[in-house]
Design a protein around this ligand. Structure first.
Ligand SMILES: Nc1ncnc2c1ncn2[C@@H]1O[C@H](COP(=O)(O)OP(=O)(O)OP(=O)(O)O)[C@@H](O)[C@H]1O
Length: 356
């Protein structure tokens, strides 16, 4: 049985449709990240699951029970927001215990749970401080702690790390992932940060314009993006794209260049059609210009990144990135040929924008 089933959820604000029939089955104990650009409907979807927004159509089923008509407090979920939403006048201890006290939890249990979560999140030394006396990262941990003491088996997070600086964000990301492993609870985490998605998720739901474009393991989202949008959104630098045609005879043709596609695992029949070839920067090798089945390219500039480097080339009217060793980048020739590893490439239909 799924932990959470999102079934054909539709949601509009006035004339604007925000969610177009979203379906998602989330397993018990899964860490699911909802990833997408600003405005694609991630928070709206999370709010519909939490019951903070009512949907126009569809159902939310949590642990086998249809909760669509229930209040947020009746859904048995814990939620952490970007804004922390701590009570400024209360100590950390009180912030943690308040919800349980309101719910009439026995005093001894409240104290036990506060002690447990404070130890887990390493905020024991902060219990008598007020939120104003904490750093951003500490406040964030208190907000997470407040969600955890609810002993809910499901936790929802809406961009919880976006107010933290880069270093703290990276540390808290690791802590959250470890916490998930310790607790085994189901977590849904909204972000527009692909590093968070790639590092934390068991599965990533990539959203675009109110639809889930792909719902898969982060590595398969990276290696086998289901659509042109996913291919362009996930990965840094972005995937290199080349427009052309599949000739129906096993070749991708662009300008004067024709590339054998026999190493490519087509999902359907490789029919003749307009197509986009996508290749990541680490799947391109540099060869002599004029080598058959390669693209002629002119070096524009190189970027040394410390551990490795990126070389940027102009070819067929596009800018292409190629990942290289630092030494290779330093001695890069101006005029080269680019060979694509077709086994690791992606092909998309121009008409449907979906993977072929
Ligand atoms: N209460 C509301 N009334 C009207 N429009 C809304 C409301 N809430 C959200 N929207 C609109 O719905 C769209 C989706 O918003 P949502 O917050 O779900 O996006 P998001 O993907 O979470 O974006 P972000 O990463 O910027 O938070 C946006 O265009 C937003 O302006």
């Amino acid at each position: 049985m799924s932990s959470i089933s999102v079934r054909r959820i539709k949601k509009s604000f006035a004339a604007l449709t925000i969610l177009h029939s979203v379906d998602m089955e989330i397993e018990k104990g899964e860490f699911v990240v909802i990833l997408g650009p600003s405005g694609c409907g991630k928070s709206t979807l999370l709010n519909v699951i939490a019951g903070l927004e009512e949907c126009d159509e569809g159902q939310i089923v949590i642990e086998g029970k249809d909760v669509s008509g229930l209040e947020p407090s009746e859904r048995g979920l814990a939620m952490v927001f970007q804004s922390y939403a701590l009570f400024p006048a209360m100590t950390v201890r009180r912030n943690l215990s308040f919800g349980m006290e309101i719910a009439g939890t026995p005093k001894a249990t409240v104290a036990e749970k506060v002690a447990w979560v404070a130890k887990l999140l390493q905020i024991e030394a902060l219990l008598d401080r007020k939120p104003g006396q904490l750093s951003g990262g500490q406040r964030q941990r208190v907000a997470i702690g407040r969600a955890l003491v609810r002993s809910s088996s499901i936790c929802l997070f809406d961009e919880p790390l976006s107010n933290l600086d880069a270093k703290l964000r990276a540390e808290t990301r690791v802590e959250l992932k470890q916490l998930h492993e310790t607790l085994g609870s189901t977590m849904i985490y909204v972000t527009h940060d692909q590093i968070e998605a790639m590092t934390m998720a068991d599965r990533v739901a990539v959203m675009h314009k109110g639809k889930v474009e792909q719902f898969a393991h982060p590595q398969s989202v990276y290696e086998k993006p289901a659509s042109l949008f996913v291919a362009g959104f996930v990965g840094s630098p972005a995937m290199n794209f080349l427009e052309g045609n599949l000739d129906g005879l096993g070749r991708f043709v662009t300008g004067d260049v024709s590339i054998d596609t026999s190493a490519y695992a087509f999902e359907g029949p490789p029919l003749a059609r307009e197509a986009v070839l996508g290749v990541r920067c680490e799947n391109i090798s540099i060869v002599e210009r004029g080598t058959p089945q390669t693209i002629p390219a002119m070096l524009a500039f190189t970027e040394l990144l410390g551990a490795d480097a990126l070389a940027w080339f102009d070819c067929l009217g596009k800018r292409f990135s190629v990942r290289l060793g630092v030494e290779a980048a330093r001695s890069m020739r101006k005029e080269v040929g680019l060979r694509f590893d077709m086994a690791k490439a992606s092909l998309f239909s121009v008409a449907s924008e979906r993977r072929l």
